[in-house]
Ligand binder design. Sequence first.
Ligand code: CA
Ligand code: CA
Ligand code: CA
Ligand code: CA
Length: 352
Amino acid sequence: MSACNPASSLMRAMITSLALAVGGCGEAAGATTPRVSASVHGSAVVPGCTGTPVLGGLPAARGYPTGAAPVRPAVGDFNLDGKPDLAVANLGSDTASVLLAKGDGTFATQVEYATGSSPSSVAVGDFDLDRKPDLVIANYGSNTVSVLAGKGDGTFVTQVQYATGSSPFSVAVADFNLDGKPDLAVANSTSDTASVLLARGDGTFVTQTDYATGSSPCSVKVGDFNADGKPDLVVANRDSDTVSALIGNGDGTLAAQVVHDAGSRPNSLAVGDFNLDDKLDVALANQPAPSILLGSGDGTFLFVADHAAGNRAGWVAVGDFNADGAPDLAVTDVARAAVNILLSRSVPQDVR
Ligand SMILES: [Ca+2]
Ligand SMILES: [Ca+2]
Ligand SMILES: [Ca+2]
Ligand SMILES: [Ca+2]
């Protein structure tokens, strides 16, 4: 059974603890590493701007209903009013929910859209080049991605599905052939591949090209890790304890993977320059604690020992939560049903 399998008990626990979006209302800095309760099943949890209790300097969470087992929220301005909205894949109800922001930290009631089976990841891009954000969703149970074109008023047209590898568990957006049309990358967790689907620019996509990864790729992210202006991929291979870096050739193809040791059970990854050396790094939510792959700037990485914080890390996201210009980490802690915030100054001295 794939470790990305959402039917596994660990994945159910992860899914339950994942329903969150960390964002905010400005001054959310904590002097110490705060721990924020974010365990809600069937709700998108958004930090409230006017909530009462404050834990470790961050506002308390406020929940909004979604479909069942919401995972991996994405942010976009879907009704073009300048306020960032939310989209969430509802793994348990085969839908995606869109929650439009009111601009005061609260959100309107969700609108649900049909997806494929067991949607596991959602990303945002303008695939038909009409300047209105569209959605792409990886459907774990249908071996497809769904593309939903945005109308620009916060609503979306009915999905169109495209074939991927087996059990796609993560999707990312980048322009891999540098033609100005955003393309797709998908991590196929049971075929041990990453797929690239090139965009035609009218909202449709060319048939996928597959690239080998490690075992059980659960998460894919994009960055220019060798600083040549061409987007590259990193993939977390949960069952081989590695991260694959696939360097983009700039023509829509990728070089064969270069494999890096990544600690134990990397479940998800995020990209940022965590030591502020202008070279992109990779943060890993692995077990028992998050780790960093420090970018060398040439597409290779140096593994840095686990952080002390965290326990059974599930998913990781990057944001500058204390507004000091350095990227911080939000890591779900599966065992404690919590999100750990690791401020950038908590990166060990040997990393900085
Ligand atoms: Ca569009
Ligand atoms: Ca393209
Ligand atoms: Ca590159
Ligand atoms: Ca760096």
